[in-house]
Design a protein around this ligand. Sequence first.
Ligand code: C2E
Ligand code: MG
Ligand code: MG
Length: 585
Amino acid sequence: MTRGVGEEIIEQLFSDSKAGAAGSATAMTEQETMFRSTMEAAQVGIFVLQNQRFKYVNPFLVGMFGYSAEELLDQMGPLDLILPEQHAFVIEQMQLRAAGVLGHNYELTGLRKDGSTLPVMVLGSPSVIGGLPASVGTVLDISAQKAAEQRIRELADYDVLTGLPNRRLLRERFEQLLAAAEREKSEIAVIFLDLDHFKRVNDSLGHSVGDELLCEVARRLDSVVRRIDTLARLGGDEFIFAMPGFHTAAAVEVARRLVEVFSRPFEVAGHELTVTPSLGISIYPHDGRDLETLLRNADTAMYRAKEMGRNAFQFYSSEMNTTTLDRLLMESNLRRALVQNEFILHYQPLVNLETGLIIGVEALIRWLHPELGLIMPDRFIHVAEETGLINPIGDWVLCEACRQAKAWCDAGLPPICMAVNVAPVQFRQAGFVEMVAGALATSGLDASRLELELTERTVMHDADINMGTLSALHRMGVELSLDDFGTGYSSLAYLKRFPVGKLKIDRSFVNDLETDPDDWAIASTIVSMGRSLRMTVLAEGVEKVEQLALLRKMGCDMAQGYYFSRPMSADGMADMLRLQPFINR
Ligand code: C2E
Ligand code: MG
Ligand code: MG
């Protein structure tokens, strides 16, 4: 065995016994050898300390901290190997050992030569070496144990799939939120979010895709919440938000943002997946004073949101729904409106850019509410769509628009095309083609004078099924146009297959046409694409003469917008048709 550093101390340790046992020197040497090899083979750090300096360190301890034995012995002490914050404690322990007081295990944070740290467990015991007080100790590297503890804590508190807090941690944090809310007399919103038809993803694409989707959803949701909020996953496709300091109006805002999160599709394992959420909201203290009650009520509200057509949120308390937008009330109001003839149509001219002639009008619905006055379609069309009321309302629009167009015709006004918006649900309902044929027959309007405006989404959704309906309408002689063009995701190859005669460039691209080069590029691309497909291109939302000039230069065929006229009543429109005020403009 080579004579290592710190050998003197070992010799000293044995010197007393050697002296006392003269004559058995060989046995002693054997004992000493055994002792040395034990020290060197030990898988714990072992040290001897005197005057707060290392007098002996075994190889394992040397390996633990990265210093050589030469650097450690006589030069360094425990304080050099421990985080400064813990020095006071270590000094106290060393003094106790020196005074002969027995110690027990304690955990410290070791400091390696390279500056990195490691958790260690130290046990020192008092001793006397060479007649002077000393201490002998062991050092255990407990990194693995610490990591396991951490992992256990994570498993206990966090959802393994998404890494979000689980029900246990949610409950723990909620207790703290409750205490603060009670003190500050503030509110807490509890939002229950459940994905619509998530099972379909699992069933059709497999669980691993489903899992990945959940992780993506978790990541997006997590980016919306504030640091003080808790977003937890309760398992499956259920997520919970606990948001302190939220009153009803703020909760509406956040619920909207959460629904928004799902407006873009998720890219998972090469699939583009569109999922929608349903949300239920309960508010502390109004809807409950403990987590269980609040969760139960938020869950109830979430189911109501699902019943109302999904991709929506609902408050648990009905009065909160009323204050935001009571869909139920809205629905019964809409039904009544239909029966009591509260809907009217306004018309907006569609102008040929070459001649300035009004060659068509778009029929736009308004709700003339007896108390609230004129309500614009953006406020009620989506409710009508979600409740299916869009079908009878749409039928009414179609009949009324056809009747009006025929009446203008009969009054000798210049011939125009009547453009009517068709909602996706309406287009897909059984018997839609017959319904259109009926409206034409009843009014006596020529089919070529009717144009149906469909959005890209309507057409592209189940394109093959829609193809049949589109072809049937086309054969009848009805014109078809694609509304809000550019906001959907039409593939050019598909577009060519559809008997669509007109593209309406969405007004979001026309808005900043003069200032935004991207909008200009999109608009001019749509114009040239439309031309190459032999379609008419119309620009929506033209408000300024500068926009008009640019559109003309691109070769856009038609325009519509406030620059020419706002939508107006049937009488106003009749006058305008007679006057044709845009010729030469
Ligand atoms: P849309 O089909 O894209 O109709 C054009 C909308 O742009 C109309 O809003 C019109 O008033 C507005 N608009 C026209 N020119 C300008 C302009 O220069 N600047 C600005 N800022 N806006 C302009 P409106 O009447 O509020 O209708 C909104 C949407 O509601 C329509 O968009 C359409 O999607 C839907 N809608 C309207 N009537 C019906 C209907 O009878 N049935 C269905 N299903 N949807 C309808
Ligand atoms: Mg339209
Ligand atoms: Mg439009």
